[in-house]
Design a protein around this ligand. Structure first.
Ligand code: PEP
Ligand code: MN
Length: 377
């Protein structure tokens, strides 16, 4: 008998996805009319999440809606329309929101014509250090100052950061040089207080799927930079972003910071393919952190430039006035001179790409999957 071999193939990602119906309410619907929608859903045993998004009230059901239920909903006076969305990440998808989102932090616009450069030390160490770093960042043309107060260190015996005191020093340093600031928040209970002192909140790689934290930063309404978990797929990352968006906070920027590989020469593996890929999947701006991605300061400039060439909306880099003295992540920290070179080269690459773009070239890579027409504003 001939041997029959069955090859088990693993598909990189499912081609067929469940379609989710999103119920969009009319803006002028009365409270009673809205109540009728939730009554129809709950009578059918369907739990649905009420979300305010792009000036619309939506219901995003947890389960598929039968055709007859869709018809009953569509007939209600409060319902403007029912939309079919194939992406599991509804609000982050290009299906619901075809145009690229712009996220404003101070004068910086993520997703706009200019790449946004975020620079500053891994950790805020003291007043002099963060002030010097702020001056160097501003002089190099960075638009946002970074610095960690609450640090997610692998070892409990490493420098843990200066906490809220460090964030106050960062806020003051940013104000001195006229730059908005971004800093990490690690605990849901601290999201509101950190949001009082920072223009943008960072959710770090280790916390990408800390769902209570995602909800808490979402509720602050502050712009959020969501770093990719070091072992997370793009779908997991976008669903983490969805938690923030589902709180009604549309100001989310994704930050690729490398994923875990097997080669110890670099700290992580910078997944640059995710940059054009994400621009197909989501309207959210995407930036790249070549510092944590490589772990080596010599690689920060070339990989930062490569990220801009791949279409990144900006970069975040660790920079210290005296990199060798940095209390955390010294090996991947660049100096002010390298930061200036990176800023210049990043802008040159972006300008060259825009100048060389032919009129018939698509702005983003052609989609492999169906791209529906414009949906919500
Ligand atoms: C950081 O940016 O300070 C940081 C800790 O990065 P990550 O979460 O990507 O490790
Ligand atoms: Mn760091």
């Amino acid at each position: 008998m001939r041997e029959r071999r069955v090859w088990l193939t693993r598909r990189a990602r499912p081609e067929v996805r469940d379609t989710r119906m999103v119920v969009v309410l009319r803006e002028d619907a009365s409270a009673e009319e809205r109540q009728a929608v939730s009554a129809v859903l709950s009578d059918a045993g369907i739990a649905a999440r009420a979300v305010r998004w792009a000036e619309h009230d939506l219901y995003i059901p947890e389960a598929a809606l039968s055709p007859s239920l869709q018809q009953s909903l569509a007939a209600l006076p409060a319902v403007e329309r029912c939309l079919a969305v194939e992406s599991p990440f509804v609000l982050a998808s290009r299906e619901l929101h075809p145009e690229k989102s712009l996220v404003r932090v101070g004068h910086a616009v993520f997703g706009g014509a200019e790449p946004v450069l975020i620079a500053g030390p891994c950790s805020v160490e003291d007043e002099a250090q963060i002030n010097e770093a702020a001056e160097a960042a501003a002089a190099a043309g960075a638009q946002v100052l970074r610095g960690g107060g609450f640090k997610p260190r692998t070892s409990p015996y490493s420098f843990q950061g200066r906490g809220l005191e460090g964030i106050l020093l960062l806020e003051a340093a940013g104000a001195r040089v006229g730059l908005p600031v971004v800093t990490e928040v690690m605990e849901p209970a601290l999201a509101a207080v950190v949001a009082e002192h920072a223009d943008m909140l960072q959710v770090g790689s280790r916390n990408m799927q800390n769902f209570p934290l995602l909800r808490a930063v979402g509720r602050t309404g502050r712009p959020v930079m969501l770093k990719r978990g070091f072992a997370s797929t793009l779908d997991e990352w976008l669903l983490a972003a969805e938690y923030i968006l589902a709180e009604g906070n549309a100001h989310v920027v994704l930050c690729e910071r490398g994923i875990r590989g097997f080669d110890t020469h670099t700290r992580n593996v910078l997944d640059l393919a995710c940059v054009p890929l994400l621009s197909r999947l989501t309207h959210l701006p995407v930036i790249v952190d070549p510092s944590h991605a490589t772990g080596q300061r010599d690689l920060v400039l070339p990989m930062g430039v490569a990220a801009i060439a791949a279409g990144a909306d900006g970069l975040m880099v660790e920079m210290h006035p005296r990199p060798d003295e940095a209390l955390s992540d010294a090996a991947q920290t660049i100096d002010a001179v390298t930061l200036r070179a990176l800023a210049t080269q990043a802008h040159c690459v972006r300008a060259a790409m825009l100048a060389a773009q032919s009129p018939d070239e698509p702005a983003s890579p052609p989609a492999k999957t169906r791209q529906p027409a414009a949906r919500l504003g």
